[in-house]
Design a binder for this molecule. Structure first.
Ligand SMILES: O=P(O)(O)OC[C@H]1O[C@H](OP(=O)(O)OP(=O)(O)O)[C@H](O)[C@@H]1O
Ligand SMILES: O=C(O)c1cc(=O)[nH]c(=O)[nH]1
Length: 213
């Protein structure tokens, strides 16, 4: 694990964004942990978070023409990443996001921000079953642009109903590379090293026996 990944896990736990308990996921699965990017809920937290995303992108082979954040939690993530890329790396990427419900007055439509064009990087918080990424791919393609990859904070390393890992299925179906700041393996290694989360680790391991990739 790289130092920035360790720092990210500590940052997420400290902010309460990575927490342990009992959570129902979008997929219906009941998970013993949850990553809630909505709890990076101050200017300073968002500034730091954007820095982690920008560093992960710069340290990856991904390249793109613009960023796209799926509603809702992807919206501040794409904005924070765009700001950090401009500040840290002098790269001024356009960004856009969608509305969950189309607006029928004023400027109207589903997309806010820069027009979707060229190679579009999807920026989101987590991938579990991959539903959100699939929806984003459809939106980007419908606009005539080309999804070129996915940047997330946490790869939960789960499998889909057909037994494949959600990320492998995205790569297989769309040819999209996925880059995460950290994976669940990194989180587990960090929890084990800290020695303070024995019960949580056991619950996570049991969950992964059912749903792990
Ligand atoms: O890989 P999946 O199974 O799609 O699960 C992950 C997605 O689920 C959550 O979003 P959600 O649609 O719940 O919306 P929100 O951003 O409005 O919280 C999360 O922010 C991811 O986008
Ligand atoms: O699968 C989900 O719905 C999900 C998992 C998670 O850790 N965080 C989140 O916001 N959604």
């Amino acid at each position: 694990m790289y130092p920035y990944q360790r720092q990210f896990i500590e940052f997420a736990i400290h902010a309460g964004a990575l927490r342990f308990g009992r959570f129902q996921l979008k997929s219906g699965r009941i998970s013993p942990y949850f990553f809630n990017a909505g709890l990076f809920n101050s200017g300073e937290r968002l500034r730091q978070l954007g820095g982690f995303y920008a560093d992960a992108l710069e340290n990856s082979p991904l390249s793109c023409d613009m960023l796209y954040g799926p509603a809702y939690k992807g919206i501040p993530l794409a904005c924070a990443t765009a700001i950090a890329l401009a500040q840290r790396y002098d790269k001024d990427y356009p960004y856009a996001f969608n509305r969950k419900e189309a607006k029928d007055h004023g400027e109207g439509g589903l997309i806010v921000g820069a027009p979707l064009q060229g190679r579009v990087l999807i920026v989101d918080d987590v991938i579990t079953a991959g539903t959100s990424v699939r929806e984003s791919v459809e939106i980007i393609r419908r606009a005539g642009a080309e999804p070129c990859g996915v940047l997330i904070a946490l790869d939960r390393q789960e499998r889909t109903d057909d037994g494949l890992s959600a990320i492998a299925a995205i790569e297989r179906d769309y040819g999209l590379p996925v880059q995460a700041i950290v994976t669940m393996n990194d989180v587990i290694a960090w929890l084990a090293e800290s020695g303070r989360f024995q019960a949580e680790l056991e619950a996570i391991r049991a969950y992964r026996r059912d749903y792990g990739a």
